[in-house]
Design a protein around this ligand. Sequence first.
Ligand SMILES: [Zn+2]
Ligand SMILES: [Zn+2]
Length: 744
Amino acid sequence: MIRGLVQGVGFRPFICRMARKHGLVGRVDNRTDGVSVIIQGDLKTIDSFSNNILQNAPPVSVIKSLEINPTLVAGFDSFEITESKSSDNQITEISPDIAVCEDCLEDMITDPGRIDYPLINCTNCGPRFTIIEGLPYDRERTTMKSFSMCRKCNSEYNDARDRRFHAQPVACNTCGPVYRFRGSRADTDNIKDIPGLVSIEIASGMSVAIKGLGGYQLICDALNNNAVSELRRNKHRDLKPFAVMFRDIATVKKYCYLNKSEEKELISWRRPVVILKQKEVLSPAVSNGLDTTGAILPYMPFHYLLFRDLKTPAIVFTSGNISDEPIITDDSIAEEKLSKAATSMVSYNRQIYNRVDDSVIRFAGNRKRIFRRSRGFVPGPIELEYNVEGILALGGEQKNTLCLGKGHQAIMSQYIGDLKNYGTYRFFLESIGRMSDLFRFKTEVISCDLHPGYLSAQHAETLEQELNKPVVKVQHHHAHIASCMAEYGLDEPVIGISLDGTGYGTDENIWGGEFMVADLNGFDRVSHFDYVPMPGGEKAVTEPWRMAYSYIYSICGDYFDYESLPVFRSVGSARLSLVKEMIINKINSPLTSGAGRLFDAVAAILGLCQVATFDSEAPMRLESLAEYPTEEVYPFSAEKTIKFSETIMAILNDLPGQKLSFISTKLHNTISQVILEVSEKIRNDTALKKVVLSGGVFQNKYLLERSVRLLNRNKFKVFTNQLFPSNDGGISLGQLIITSKTRR
Ligand SMILES: [Zn+2]
Ligand SMILES: [Zn+2]
C-alpha cells in the first residue's frame, strides 16, 4: 500500500511500467486511501522494484508511506491496472492542478491528433483538483465524464507504455472539449483562428476574458497604459496592482529582478504568481507606483498558443470578477458579468468544478512565503503531530480559508476571499459542503474566530444548532501564532508576536500589535501597541488620514497646526473637527492596537496615502520606500504597552527636511527594534528563546527580514510562516490546531 500524493499524478502507470520492467506480475489500483499494489514474484526482485518506486516516482507525487505485507499470491500472469475501489473512510491526497509539461508542449507541434490542441494533458500535467467531483480519482468522477474518448485516446489510455496511460482528463482534437471565441469580430470554435483573434483585440487596446483552470481571467496589454486603465475602470478596481503574465523567463528578467529561487518557483509545475522587484516599469497603471510586479508564466496550453501570436510580451493577468466577488467559473455568468470589462471572450466547454485563483508567493529572507494559497497547492494537506479528526475551522473574515481535520492531517481550502461580499459568502458555504464531501469529512467540532461580527463566526453558531456540535472560539492573534507553530510542529510555550491590522481582542478592543507568551492551549498577552481611537471605526481602515489625525491628536491635542500637513489641508477643517468630536466624545471610535493602523497613520502623514483604494495600500506604499541605507531608529517607549508618541513627533520633525524613503526606512527599523526589545524583556522574565512572528504585517519583506536578522543576531530562534499565509488566510489552520488541544 502506498500513501501520499499518489493519485492523479501518473502513479499507477508508473507502477505498471516499473513492474513490467522488473518482469513482475500482479495488479495496481486506486483506493480511497492510496494506491494498492499486489505483486507476485521473488523477494529480491520485489525489493529492487520497491526501491525503484521510491527513487523514480513521478515529479508531482509525494510518497508518505510504502507499506509491504508479504502474503502468498498466485494466479497472475501479467501486470494490470484494475478498476478503482471506493472502500473505506480514509482518503488519499488529491493532486493540485499541474502546469502543462514540456512533453505535451512538444506534442502540440508533432502529435497529429493534438496539433495546437489547447487542452492537451498527460499523467504528468493538466487539470486535477479543479475538475474533481469525488474520489477515487477516475474520469467518471471528474467534469471530463461527458466526453468519451476517441479510439486513439482510448488506446493511449490503455497502453502502459504511453505517457497518457490512465491520464483521466486525456483528450485530443477529435474527442476532447473545444475552445470558443466570441467577440464583435467573430464567433468561432476553430482553434487555429482563436489566438490570432485574441491578439488583434489585445493589440487594439481591448481586454479579453479567457477561461482558465480554476476560473475566468481578464487580460490586456500590460504595456498599453490606456488599456490597463480602462480594464481597471471596468473591473471596478481602483489602484491595486495587477498580476502580469510574461511570455517567457527572459522577458521576466527584462522587467524584474529575479534570483535563482524566484526563477525556480516561477517555472515550477505549480506556476504561481511571484512578487518580484521591478527593474523596468510596464504600463504605470499596472503597479501604480509600487516597486513590485506580480509575475506569472504561461501554464495552460492555450497561454502558449496565445503568446505565439501576441505582439506584446506581457499581459495583465487578473481574476475574472467584478470588484471583490469570487473569480467567475460559470460560462453563462461570465458572459453576463464580464461583457462590460471585456470586448470578447474565450471559453471552453469543460466545466470547472472547484474554483481556484492563482496562488501568490513572495520570497523574503530567501524563503518562499505564500500569500495566497490556491492553484497548484490546494488541496495539499499539512501533516500534524496530533489528531485533528473532525475539526472544521471556519477561518476569519477577510482572505478567508477553511480548514478540515482528517486524522493527523489538516486540509486547507483554496483562498475564498472577503466574506462581507455576498458572492464570496456563498462560495464559503459551498466550499464547506464540497470539501466535506470530497474528503468524506464529518464535523465533530466547529472552530471560529472570537469576533461576534464575523460572518464565519455567525455561521459557526448556525452549524452548532444544525449539527448539535460544540463551537470553540479562538482569538485571532493566537490563531496567527498557532498557524506558524503548526508549520514547524511546535507544541510548547513561545514568544508570539502577531502584527496585523484588525482582530477582535478578549477585552473587546481591536487588537493587532500583540506580544504574547503562547502555546497551543492558550496565551498571555504580555504587551501590545498602545491603544489609539479609530475615529469612524471601519472607515478609519480605508481612510488612513483618520489614523494620522488620531495619533497626532492623542499626543498634541489642539497644540498642533494640523493644516500645516498637506494631507489634513486636503481633508479640510470641517471633516477634521468632525473626527475630533468623535474622538473626544468616544463616538464610533473603538480602540485599536493594530500595527497596520500605525503604518496607515505614518503613510498618511507622509502624504503617501490619504484614502486607501485597496487592502493594505498605505503600508504597501510605505514599504515600497523602505530602501534607504540607514540603521537609525526613532525613539519609542516599551513599558507595559508600547507607545509611539515620540516616534510620531520625531517623524513630524523629520518631515520638512528628510527624504521620505529615509523616514520610512527609519520607521521600519523602529518596529524591528520594538520586536527585539520586547522579545528580550520576555526572555528575561521567562527564559523562552523561540520567537514566532505571524500576522499580515509580516508580509512586509523589509520588516520581516530585518526583524529575523536582529532576533537571530541576539540568539533567538525565529519561526515565520512559509507554506501557509501569515495573513488572515492562515487563521483557519491556527484555529484548527488550537481546537485540537482545547476540545478535550
Ligand atoms: Zn503533459
Ligand atoms: Zn481523442
